[in-house]
Design a protein around this ligand. Structure first.
Ligand SMILES: CC(C)(COP(=O)(O)OP(=O)(O)OC[C@H]1O[C@@H](n2cnc3c(N)ncnc32)[C@H](O)[C@@H]1OP(=O)(O)O)[C@@H](O)C(=O)NCCC(=O)NCCS
Length: 201
């Protein structure tokens, strides 16, 4: 049986499994920066009270089945990756040697931070949602999104915003199923994305 638990309640010992699942399912810049960045991101997110996030666990398995994470301040959350300067500097050195392309993309995203992504008061961004490949098309994406929307509404938000790559048809179908509407289409680095919004009742 699959159970959703808030990220804040996930034991720290399971964060590496969550970071691995993120890397395996979410081909975005954070993943391209590598596992250490992803793990640190979730460690930071877990202690941020403004983050709304859930993790899907199986009672019988160690592996995680899915996750969703949203924030009213996504750039501030990622900026906290730089809060430990020695760690950050070490990671940049590693990237310059192993993934120079990801480093270029990081620089590009820092210097061309898109105004498209700015949130207004009352808005929360669904930043990440993913389901393990073996668990897909069985309703878990819907369960995660339903839980995220309910939690966002209960926290007082009036709308949920997200970005999705234009060719990500399963995700687009999921969002349209829930009444998200495309508000803008834009290019960010090498990504072509729709910005979508759904008002909360
Ligand atoms: C998008 C994703 C989270 C959907 O998870 P899921 O558990 O497979 O979704 P569900 O089984 O709950 O399906 C929900 C709806 O999504 C749509 N959908 C899901 N998979 C689909 C597919 N392969 N093709 C078309 N539509 C699909 C359908 O509308 C479906 O509703 P229906 O079953 O009533 O037709 C999953 O495919 C995933 O993790 N993808 C990789 C990560 C990702 O792209 N995340 C979004 C980033 S913006």
């Amino acid at each position: 049986m699959t159970e959703l638990i808030p990220l804040a309640s996930l034991p720290a010992s399971r964060l590496p499994a969550l970071a691995n699942l993120h890397c395996a399912t979410m081909p975005t810049l954070l993943t391209e920066l590598g596992y250490p960045f992803v793990l640190r991101y979730y460690q930071i997110a877990q202690t941020d009270p403004s983050v709304i996030a859930f993790v899907a666990t199986h009672h019988s398995e160690d592996a995680l089945a899915g996750y969703c994470l949203g924030s009213p301040h996504p750039p501030a959350l990622t900026a906290r990756l730089r809060s430990s300067l020695p760690w950050f500097a070490g990671q940049l050195m590693r990237l310059s040697l192993t993934r120079p392309f990801a480093l270029c993309q990081l620089a590009q995203s820092v210097f061309s931070a898109s105004p498209v992504n700015a949130l207004r008061p009352g808005q929360i961004e669904l930043t990440y949602i993913g389901v393990a490949p073996h668990a897909r098309q069985r309703g878990l994406g819907k369960t995660l999104l339903t839980t995220f929307l309910e939690a966002s509404q209960n926290a007082g938000y009036t709308s949920v915003i997200l970005s999705v790559e234009t060719e990500n048809l399963p995700a687009l179908a999921l969002y349209q199923h829930f009444g998200f509407a495309i508000t803008q289409t834009f290019t960010e680095g090498r990504y072509h994305r729709h910005r979508m919004e759904r008002l909360l009742a």
